[in-house]
Each structure stands twice: as structure tokens, then as C-alpha cells.
Design a protein around this ligand. Structure first.
Ligand SMILES: CC(=O)N[C@H]1[C@@H](OP(=O)(O)OP(=O)(O)OC[C@H]2O[C@@H](n3ccc(=O)[nH]c3=O)[C@H](O)[C@@H]2O)O[C@H](CO)[C@@H](O)[C@@H]1O[C@H](C)C(=O)N[C@@H](C)C(=O)N[C@H](CCC(=O)O)C(=O)O
Ligand SMILES: Nc1ncnc2c1ncn2[C@@H]1O[C@H](COP(=O)(O)OP(=O)(O)OP(=O)(O)O)[C@@H](O)[C@H]1O
Ligand SMILES: N[C@H](CCC[C@H](N)C(=O)O)C(=O)O
Ligand SMILES: [Mg+2]
Length: 487
């Protein structure tokens, strides 16, 4: 319970109608959650405008309504507050409501197209091993030490986010490592948070359904670094050509890591095998369980962040070398006939290319590569033909299929992908709409020692069709098919 005036202390209000000393039991941006004592914040979204639900919030006896424009008629019993940007106000209000939890631990955000989950998972495991209580917010799951809290978004909404940070503070966490998505930046889900540091992994094609242009997508990611305070660190991958742009206007101290240039933190890949990476990091030789050149970036970024947070170099490298990454990232099983089935969350062109390049680097000339790939519905359609083309270029056989069609027609998504298949590759490509059947087909086609890559869903344990999620786990399906087919 908090007084409205305390929650709004750091927010510039344009107009106030009613008492500011009312008690607020909770904050919501969803009229369906409004009860007596609740403050409703009207936010403009993609599907709807929260301002259209102000009447619903009034009917549900909201204590206060925070909005960008007042409704025509006001209720006596409700306090109305007009702000410039209600999304930003929501973030700051949520932070104040929970007593600014982000200032009571060290909060580090990781942003970029790929590698966020891998990085925060490694950071969480590393700092646990170093003896700290640690929180994590990620696409796969949120965590407070070993307690798992299911996650619905890569970056939760501002209210949930501050509630989780508050729980972390109460559990004695010294750190929280979180993913910061570009959607979160545009929607100001992290407004009002105090970050101790930020990490940029890379930026490539994704989410253009939402951001419209690549420039807008870059701007969304850059906003995160623009907002970092003095005293925080801004750590960027200098091998990504947008690394420098990210930190152009930041007040934080800039640090770089690279595999190709001479920067403060640097690494070199000595060997890259299915057992893991052999690296040289800042002059020290290390082996790690992570697979693929792209994971050398994740390893180096995590190492650099830990050193910037004051940890000792050798201790960090020793612990990191023993860690696994997140579930569903280059996760593999080997069948009785030595077929390797890899499950990976590559759902962007860059990720798919990286994973397939890794497979090409570690396979023997006799091993065929069979790729099963789909693209999500109601998401960036531009990446569909590109991903199909990459799959064809780097595999011996490709099975195009479905990946969370959501509200789109699976067949239409498949046709978008097929447009990327070059005539020369028609022969190596099959389209199998049903994902289970597609994985089965890959297993039927595979001969002993071959490699099957099932890409796009990684850790996900469902298939989402028309708003309904049904159980589906790529790794389990692979296991079942190997067994069923006696492979
Ligand atoms: C496109 C997008 O990001 N949408 C998010 C957004 O919803 P929206 O803008 O569609 O909201 P809306 O339906 O237009 O409604 C506008 C406002 O009216 C309110 N409303 C609506 C109906 C009603 O009856 N009453 C009411 O008050 C809503 O609560 C909302 O505040 O705000 C919601 C609340 O925070 C999010 O749950 C929702 O995430 C949807 C489910 C989603 O799928 N988001 C994905 C794309 C996403 O956020 N992904 C990123 C990145 C993924 C990655 O690459 O890792 C993530 O961080 O997860
Ligand atoms: N540093 C990296 N650079 C390029 N590709 C990567 C990198 N790390 C991981 N990948 C690839 O991207 C996929 C997704 O990785 P990860 O889950 O860590 O990214 P993410 O940024 O969290 O993605 P999302 O935005 O969906 O949450 C992996 O399965 C792998 O194929
Ligand atoms: N976080 C990503 C996940 C995509 C995963 C893929 N399986 C799909 O459903 O498109 C997104 O929301 O775009
Ligand atoms: Mg993620």
C-alpha cells in the first residue's frame, strides 16, 4: 500500500483532478485487473488504446486513473492524473511502488538480436558459483537463485518487472541479470530502473513487423544505452558494426570486447568442436562447453561484464569454463545409430546462419546435414525467405515446416519461406506442414552419423495455434522418433 503522491513523486504531472493522498493497493495497465484501491494507467498499445478502457476502470472503482488525456466526464471518487507519456509513467510508478528495488541490487541489462538469453543465463550461473544470491529475467525463465518463476516475455511488463526485482531484493540478491528486448525499450518497460551496466551482443534482422525499419530497430536498442547513468558500464561487441553507434550518446563508461580487433577485452578461437570451444581470452587459454564461434562472443561478453563488476579474472575464467548455456541452445542428443539431433532456438537469419556454419565446421565430410525449420506467425515476415535460403545454402536436405503459426495460416507462412528457395535447391527441399511429421521425415531420411538440426523453438515446450498452446517439445519429439524408427 502506498500513497498516490509518493508513487508519482518523480513524475511530471500535467494536470491533477482529485486528491493525491489516496491509498493505492496496486498498479495495473489492464482495465480487467482493476479493483477498488487500484491505480489504472491508460497505455496506448498495438491492438488497442488503454484510454478506451478508462470507463471500464471507472466502473470497477479504480482509485486513480493515470492517462495522457482526460475523459469528457470525471467521477468524483476517482483521482485523475494527466502525464506526457503514460508508458514511461507506468515504469516510474511501478519502481516507486516497490521502493525502487533496482537501486538495492546491481542490475545489468543485456540487449541485442541474439545471445541475450545465453549471456544472462551464463551470468546467473557464474555469479551463483561465485557465491552470490542472484536474480535473472530471461526468455526461458525468470530465476531467484535456484527458484524458477515462469516467464511470459523476454522482458516482463514494468509492474511484473519491479515486483520480481522486489522479490529478488527480499531474497538478498546482490545482482540481477536481465534481457532487455527492443519491444521493452519502445514500450518503456524498463523506465525508472537504475542499471549498473549494459551489454550489447549484436544487431541483425529481426522484429521488423514491429519496428518497421532496421533504423528504428537500431534506435530502440540504442535507447537503452542512452539511458544508462554515469557510473554504470556500457559494454559492447566491437565486432558488430553498430557497436559504436549504440554507445554514441551514453553517459556510462564505454568498454569493448572483440574477437577481431585490439580492444580492452579480447579472445581468439583456437578450436571449435562438438565438445566445446578452446579459446584464448586476454592471454589465458581456456576450454569451455559452449559450442560454436558465436558462443565465443557470449563467453567473452560475460567474462568482461564480470570483470567490470569487480570479479577476479582467473576465478571468472575457471568457473565459466565449466558452465553450460541455456536450455534449447545447441542442445543435442545422439541416437543409437549415432545420428546427432540438435535443437536450437535460431529464429533469426543470423542465428540460423551461425548455427549452420558451426555445424559445417564441426561435421566430418561424410555426415549429411538435415535442417528442419519454420518461422513464427504474426512476427517479422521479411525473415522467412531469407531463413529458407540460408537453410538450403548450408544443408544437404531442408524440411520447411511450421513454428508457432499463431493467428496466421500455416500454409501461407510456408509459402513465404518457399519463395526464398532457389531453383537449384528445389530438389533438396521438402515442405511438411506438421512439425512432428517434419521431424519424423528428417529422422527417416537420416542415415547413421548424420546430423539433424531442428531450429526455431529451442526451449519452447508448446506449439501456439490460434491462441491455443499445445504441448510440443522438439527434443522430446526427436527422441521419440529415433526410438520409434529404431534409429
Ligand atoms: C507487440 C507487443 O509487444 N505487445 C505487448 C503490449 O501489448 P499491446 O500493445 O498489444 O496492447 P493492446 O492489446 O494494444 O492494449 C493496449 C492497452 O490496453 C489495455 N487494455 C486492453 C484490453 C482491455 O480490455 N483493457 C485494457 O486495459 C492493455 O492492457 C494495454 O495496456 O503490451 C502488453 C503488456 O505489456 C504485452 O503483453 C504485449 O506483448 C505481446 C503479448 C507480445 O507477444 N509481445 C512480444 C512481441 C514481445 O514483447 N516480445 C519481446 C521480444 C521477444 C524477443 O525477441 O526475445 C519480449 O520482450 O518478450
Ligand atoms: N552471440 C550470438 N551471436 C549470434 N547468434 C547467437 C549468439 N548467441 C546465440 N545465438 C543464436 O541465437 C539463438 C538464440 O540465442 P539466445 O536465446 O541467447 O538469444 P536471445 O537474444 O535471447 O533471443 P530472443 O530475442 O528470442 O530472446 C541461439 O539458439 C543461437 O542459434
Ligand atoms: N522472442 C522471439 C521468439 C521467436 C521464437 C519462434 N519460435 C517464434 O515463435 O517465432 C519473438 O517473439 O519473436
Ligand atoms: Mg532471449
Amino acid at each position: 500500500m502506498q500513497l498516490l503522491q509518493n508513487i508519482l513523486k518523480d513524475i511530471r504531472t500535467l494536470e491533477v483532478k482529485g486528491r493525491m493522498d489516496v491509498s493505492i493497493e496496486s498498479i495495473t495497465f489492464d482495465s480487467r485487473q482493476v479493483r477498488e484501491g487500484v491505480a489504472f494507467v491508460a497505455v496506448r498499445g498495438v491492438q488497442a488504446d488503454g484510454h478506451e478502457y478508462i470507463q471500464k476502470a471507472e466502473e470497477a472503482n479504480a482509485a486513480a486513473i493515470i492517462c495522457e488525456a482526460l475523459p469528457a466526464e470525471l467521477q468524483e471518487s476517482i483521482t485523475y492524473v494527466v502525464v506526457q507519456d503514460s508508458g514511461e509513467a507506468l515504469g516510474k510508478m511501478a519502481s516507486a511502488f516497490y521502493g525502487h528495488p533496482s537501486t538495492k541490487l546491481k542490475l545489468v541489462g543485456v540487449t541485442g538480436t541474439n545471445g541475450k538469453t545465453s549471456s544472462v543465463t551464463l551470468l546467473h550461473k557464474l555469479f551463483r558459483e561465485l557465491g552470490y544470491h542472484v536474480g535473472m529475467l530471461s526468455t526461458v525463465q525468470n530465476q531467484i537463485d535456484e527458484e524458477i518463476i515462469p516467464s511470459t516475455h523476454t522482458t516482463p511488463d514494468a509492474v511484473k518487472l519491479n515486483e520480481l526485482l522486489d522479490q529478488m531484493v527480499k531474497a538478498g540478491c546482490a545482482y540481477c541479470f536481465m534481457e532487455v528486448s527492443s519491444h521493452a525499450m519502445v514500450q518503456k518497460r524498463v523506465a525508472g530502473l537504475q542499471f549498473a551496466g549494459g551489454v550489447f551482443t549484436n544487431i541483425t534482422h529481426d522484429h521488423l513487423d514491429y519496428h518497421k525499419t532496421f533504423d528504428e530497430y537500431i534506435k530502440a536498442k540504442k535507447l537503452f544505452f542512452d539511458g544508462l547513468p554515469k557510473g554504470a558500464f556500457a559494454l559492447v561487441n566491437a565486432d558488430d558494426k553498430r557497436g559504436a553507434v549504440m554507445v554514441q550518446n551514453t553517459k556510462a563508461s564505454v568498454h569493448e570486447f572483440s574477437l577481431r580487433k585490439v580492444t580492452e577485452f579480447k579472445a581468439r578461437i583456437i578450436d571449435n568442436t562438438i565438445q566445446g570451444l578452446h579459446l584464448e581470452v586476454d592471454g589465458h587459454e581456456v576450454w569451455c562447453k559452449l559450442i560454436g564461434a558465436f558462443n565465443a562472443y557470449n563467453f567473452l561478453g560475460v567474462y568482461a561484464a564480470a570483470v567490470l563488476l569487480g570479479e577476479e579474472t582467473m576465478e571468472v575464467l575457471t568457473v565459466l569454463s565449466s558452465l553450460d548455456t541455456a536450455a534449447g541452445r545447441f542442445d543435442y542428443i545422439v541416437s543409437d545409430t549415432q545420428i546427432t539431433g540438435i535443437v536450437d532456438y535460431a529464429h533469426t537469419p543470423d542465428a540460423l546462419e551461425n548455427v549452420l556454419n558451426t555445424i559445417q565446421q564441426i561435421r566430418t565430410p561424410l555426415q549429411k546435414v538435415i535442417t528442419v525449420i519454420g518461422c513464427g506467425g504474426n512476427r517479422d515476415a521479411g525473415k522467412r525467405p531469407i531463413m529458407a535460403d540460408i537453410a538450403c545454402r548450408l544443408s544437404d536436405k531442408v524440411i520447411l515446416t511450421s513454428d508457432n503459426p499463431r493467428f496466421e495460416e500455416p500454409q501461407a507462412i510456408l509459402e513465404d519461406m518457399q519463395k526464398g528457395v532457389k531453383p537449384l535447391d528445389f530438389k533438396k527441399t521438402l515442405s511438411v506442414l506438421d512439425r512432428r511429421e517434419a521431424i519424423k521425415t528428417a529422422c527417416v531420411l537420416a542415415e547413421p552419423n548424420d546430423i539433424i538440426l531442428v531450429a526455431g523453438k529451442g526451449h519452447e515446450t508448446y506449439q501456439e495455434i490460434k491462441g491455443v498452446k499445445t504441448d510440443f517439445d522438439d527434443k522430446q519429439v526427436l527422441r521419440d522418433m529415433f526410438q520409434q524408427l529404431g534409429k
